[in-house]
Structure formats: structure tokens, C-alpha cells
Ligand binder design. Structure first.
Ligand SMILES: CCCCCC/C=C/CC(=O)SCCNC(=O)CCNC(=O)[C@H](O)C(C)(C)COP(=O)(O)OP(=O)(O)OC[C@H]1O[C@@H](n2cnc3c(N)ncnc32)[C@H](O)[C@@H]1OP(=O)(O)O
Length: 302
């Protein structure tokens, strides 16, 4: 049953007339769409896509309140939106950001990894792998406009991008904090961090589950730029213009050269990675850690 969910989400999105490619739909256009003349919107309820065909740039906004956790549906809808942009030659770049105030993404949806069936865990993990592979190897210029806190899977999404702009707010920490939950970042999460900040910084950050506030994040290189909160989007657009000034084929081949060996390591052992995840996540001790962590989050308010 659970194995059917991803396929159902996929089918539902492909069949929705408003979620087809922008020029095939009567999408919102113009200033009312929130981005000035010529901006068109498509996407899905949780993954909004605003496109500016004249500039060749799209903005993907995650909208899964309250914390933009990466549920199976979000992961699936994200991949579909990215694929649509990739397949449309109009677009050369995409900015990934959040529609949830103060939160870029709380990371993987803990409820998808807790108290569910083996089949569900397998489907969920494959969807996590898929989004990582698509983003990491995207032919588009992918820029993260990080407008909120960004732990674990939220950080991973940022790390797959070509460039990261973080809003300067002390609450907006970023990092792979898995060990704090009693879980372990998989090797490809680790590789993505090592490729960004180097081995020693990654080792320390991973073991301690460090979440870096903006100034520290910039210092260790987990983000490329920190800007005042109201300038995150404009800064991302400026960076995009610089990256788009490079001929696509040269930039894409270079990106592939840098990233393919890392991606190939996962591609070659995708099923084994899923089996490892299944064994790990199904352990009583791990399920207990996740339940305790979720309870703590829920009780925070009470
Ligand atoms: C080989 C095997 C390897 C396994 C590796 C698995 C890898 C996992 C990577 C991950 O991404 S795990 C997720 C890690 N994420 C976090 O640690 C973040 C947890 N959340 C927070 O710290 C806070 O929620 C926040 C993001 C700082 C926001 O704080 P805020 O005060 O604004 O909101 P809350 O009141 O805390 O939360 C609201 C609501 O949302 C629920 N929630 C929060 N995070 C998650 C999540 N990641 N998944 C699911 N649900 C989440 C929280 O429980 C609250 O729910 P409620 O029912 O409304 O009380």
C-alpha cells in the first residue's frame, strides 16, 4: 500500500492541469503573481514554482507549514517541479527558498521515519535519494536563498545547490545535526558536506551535530554569503546573473566533473543504501530516539 503513495502523488500531479508546464497552463501571470511582469506560477500545493521566462529563472518555494518538513509528498512534488524546469529549455537557473516564515526546512519529516512499515521506509528513503541526486546533478544553476533555520535535511538541500545565500538572523542556524537525534548522517550526506567545507570541518560538525549561526556558517564555508534578511532574494538573483553569464555547456560539464563521482557512489549502491536505512531505522533503539525527540519538539509548546 505504502509503495503506491509516491506513484499516486506523481500521477495526481501529472494529471493536474495547473501543474503542467507553464506555457501549457493558464497560470497566474504578471504583478499579481508576485514577481512583476511576465512571472508565471505553477507547481503543487506544497512546492510553489514562480517562473520568469524572460530571465530564464524560476523560484521554487517550499510551502509545507508549519516547518517545511520534507514529507514524501514534498519530496515527490519537488522532484516533479525540478524535472519540469529541467525539461523546459526556457530555464537555466532556479532559486530554492521557503514560503514558511523563519524556517527554510526542518529537514526530513520525522513522522515518515517513525512507527511506519518497512515498505513505507523504503519508499521514503528512495524519494530522499531521488531528490538529492536530481538537485546535486541538476543542469540548472541552483541557488539556495536560505530564509530560515535549516537543520539536517534542510541543510542537505542547501548543500546540493551551487551557491548558498543565508539571511543574517541569529536564529537561522544551519548544519547536519543528526547525531543530536541519535541518528547518523548517511555517507552521501557526509560526502556533500565534505565537498563543501573540507574533511576536518565536516568531521567535527558531523560528530558534534553542529548547527552554525550565520557568521560561523560563513566562516566555515557551509554558506557562501550572509546578507540582511530583506536582501536574500535580491542577493540570490544577483549571484544567479553572474553564474548565468558563463556558457551553459562549459559550466554544466564542469559541475558534472566535480560532482558525478560523489553521485555515482550512491547510484551504484542505491538498493543497498535503502536496505541499510531500513535496518537502521527499524531498530528499537533508533525508533525510541526518534519518538523521544519528536515528543520533546511537541512538548516545547506545552
Ligand atoms: C543510515 C540511516 C541514516 C538515517 C538518517 C536520517 C536522516 C535524517 C535527516 C533529518 O533531516 S532528520 C530531521 C532533523 N530535523 C531537526 O532536528 C529539526 C527539528 N525541528 C526543530 O528543531 C524545530 O521544529 C524548528 C525547525 C527549529 C522550528 O521550531 P518552531 O518552534 O518554529 O516549531 P516547533 O514547535 O518546534 O515545531 C512545529 C511542529 O512541527 C513538528 N516538527 C518539527 N520538525 C519536524 C520534523 N523534522 N519532522 C516532522 N515534524 C516536525 C513539531 O513536532 C511540531 O509539531 P506539533 O504537532 O505542532 O507539536
Amino acid at each position: 500500500m505504502a509503495l503506491m503513495v509516491g506513484a499516486r502523488v506523481l500521477a495526481r500531479n501529472l494529471l493536474r492541469p495547473w501543474s503542467r508546464l507553464p506555457d501549457a497552463v493558464p497560470g497566474r501571470t504578471g504583478p499579481a503573481a508576485g514577481g512583476g511582469d511576465g512571472v508565471r506560477c505553477f507547481g503543487s500545493p506544497r512546492v510553489l514554482v514562480e517562473t520568469d521566462p524572460a530571465k530564464g529563472v524560476a523560484v521554487i518555494k517550499l510551502k509545507n507549514p508549519p516547518v517545511n518538513s520534507l514529507s514524501l509528498e514534498v519530496l515527490t512534488e519537488f522532484v516533479i517541479s525540478l524535472e519540469k524546469l529541467e525539461n523546459d529549455k526556457t530555464f537555466r537557473g532556479v532559486i530554492v527558498t521557503s514560503d514558511c516564515p523563519g524556517i527554510f526546512s526542518a529537514g526530513l519529516d520525522l513522522t515518515e521515519m517513525c512507527g511506519k512499515s518497512q515498505a513505507h521506509y523504503a519508499e521514503y528513503w528512495r524519494a530522499v535519494q531521488e531528490l538529492w541526486l536530481r538537485l546535486y546533478l541538476s543542469n540548472l544553476v541552483v541557488i539556495a536563498a536560505i530564509n530560515g533555520v535549516s537543520p539536517a535535511g534542510g541543510c542537505l538541500i542547501s548543500l546540493t545547490c551551487d551557491y548558498r545565500v543565508l539571511a543574517d538572523n541569529p536564529k537561522y542556524s544551519i548544519g547536519l545535526n543528526e547525531t543530536l537525534l541519535g541518528i547518523v548522517a548517511p555517507s552521501w550526506f557526509k560526502d556533500t558536506l565534505v565537498n563543501t567545507v573540507g574533511h576536518r570541518t565536516a568531521e567535527r560538525a558531523l560528530q558534534l551535530g553542529l548547527l552554525f549561526p550565520p557568521a560561523e556558517a560563513l566562516r566555515v564555508g557551509i554558506v557562501d554569503q550572509v546578507v540582511p534578511e530583506d536582501q536574500v532574494h535580491s542577493a540570490a538573483l544577483s549571484v544567479m546573473a553572474r553564474w548565468l553569464a558563463i556558457p551553459d555547456h562549459a559550466r554544466q560539464l564542469t559541475k558534472n566533473l566535480m560532482r558525478k563521482p560523489t553521485a555515482d557512489r550512491l547510484v551504484k549502491q542505491r538498493d543497498a543504501d535503502i536496505q541499510y536505512f531500513l535496518q537502521f531505522i527499524s531498530r528499537d533503539s533508533i525508533q525510541k530516539s526518534l519518538r523521544v525527540y519528536l515528543d520533546k519538539l511537541r512538548q516545547k509548546k506545552g
